[in-house]
Design a protein around this ligand. Structure first.
Ligand code: ZN
Length: 398
């Protein structure tokens, strides 16, 4: 068998930055070994930069790729949500070329696997090409308990289309709630009880407005409900989707996390408003709660104008952090390297090895694909990237 041997200024394994080590793979990129340069023999390819496993984009909405440059930056959360809702359902002729271009960009940007939110089957033909690994999170939304069953049935119908879409897609699909403020307790119950629904995700504490609504029932979210024609105070089942009287004062995370089940795996996306009390709550009640992973999408937070999460706080509490791009509706590009560079700019003291682990091994763990992706361990095929010129460029080696 022919082997490929790479050496660069540094080798990132998925968890550690090493010097003077050679990565050996087979021709298809299956990891064979990491050995000292002195033992690697001939035909070692010398490179300038950092070698790393392929990037995991833990949160994307590929089907929204036609919304690139459509919604202006800095609108704030409510106008952003209304902007997406008004434009998300358009003809397939418009959507499919945008999906293809966005996936090609992800490939060029070194992304090998994606946690992808789906409200439609639009991305199925693209995913059947198997250029990237996808876990598909079929998203359900429904404020009103009376419509919970109908909303859930619609999500199941989309899930069935994905399940029937062939080898690369079957078995890689979950049904997930959109966010604490947009899913009734009845719909939560249907989602978390769906057989086989182990790997879940949810938009979490993305904005000040969400937090304010859960803590006080006041603030800008009332404008969203008004715009959607939902009079929350007149709904007999208001308490089933918003905070109950007893829950007033609690954060959205503490209100809705107990609706998930122990043993489930939950990827919490954004975490901008996640507080020390939230992290303590997750820690203290962990026996009764799902396993939590934390996905940061800093460029989308800045695009919408939500501010950045307290990364130091998450680190202090030992949160397992992954990275995502969110959609092209709220990002200029689908690039995990761009997310890393934004975090480096705003948190210059973050150790590089830790950031790279968020982008690789932690993302793979969050999507439950660490047997194949995320690190250079024997037998894995995580992809091989070269980060060049102080992380300003990424090149796929395999
Ligand atoms: Zn999102």
């Amino acid at each position: 068998m022919r082997y490929r041997k790479f050496i660069a200024d540094h080798l990132f394994t998925g968890s550690q930055l090493l010097d003077g080590q050679v990565l050996i793979t087979d021709e298809k990129g299956r990891t064979e070994a990491i050995i000292p340069a002195a033992e690697a023999g001939d035909e070692v390819q010398p490179l300038s930069g950092i070698i790393t496993p392929g990037f995991i984009n833990a949160h994307c909405h590929l089907e929204l790729s036609h919304l690139k440059d459509v919604i202006a930056p800095g609108t704030g959360m409510i106008d952003f949500l209304l902007g997406v809702m008004g434009r998300r359902f358009v003809a397939e002729e418009q959507v499919l070329p945008a999906i293809d271009a966005a996936e090609t960009a992800m490939l060029q940007n070194g992304i090998v696997a994606v946690g992808d939110i789906c409200n439609t089957p639009h991305t199925i033909p693209q995913k059947q090409r198997q250029r990237l690994y996808y876990h598909n999170f079929i998203e359900a939304t429904g404020f009103v308990a009376a419509t919970a069953q109908a909303r859930f049935d619609a999500a199941v119908a989309t899930w069935e289309q994905f399940q029937a879409a062939g080898e690369a897609i079957t078995g890689r699909n979950s049904i997930v709630p959109h966010a604490p403020y947009s899913v009734s307790a009845a719909l939560f119950e249907l989602i978390t009880g769906f057989p086989g629904n182990h790997l879940l995700t949810m938009h979490n504490q993305e904005s000040v407005a969400e937090d304010e609504f859960f803590r006080t029932r006041q603030g800008d979210f009332n404008r969203l409900f008004e715009a959607l024609g939902i009079n929350i105070s007149s709904l007999p089942d208001f308490r089933t989707f918003g905070p109950s009287d007893a829950q007033i004062g609690k954060s959205s995370l503490q209100t809705c996390l107990p609706r998930f089940r122990a043993g489930q795996s939950l990827l919490l996306v954004h975490d901008v408003m996640t507080s020390e009390e939230d992290l303590q709550f997750v820690q203290q009640a962990r026996q009764a709660l799902p396993d939590c992973y934390w996905c940061l999408c800093p460029n989308a937070n800045l695009y919408i104008g939500n501010g950045l999460p307290d990364v130091e706080l998450l680190r202090r509490h030992g949160a397992t952090i992954a990275l995502g791009t969110d959609s092209l509706a709220s990002n200029h590009q689908l690039s995990i390297l761009a997310e890393i560079n934004t975090l480096r700019q705003h948190y210059p003291a973050l150790p590089l090895a830790e950031l790279l682990q968020w982008a690789t091994l932690n993302g793979a763990k969050a999507l439950n694909i660490e047997e194949q992706f995320g690190s250079f361990e024997k037998g894995k095929t995580p992809g091989v990237l070269l980060l060049k010129n102080d992380l300003s460029e990424v090149k796929r080696l395999i």
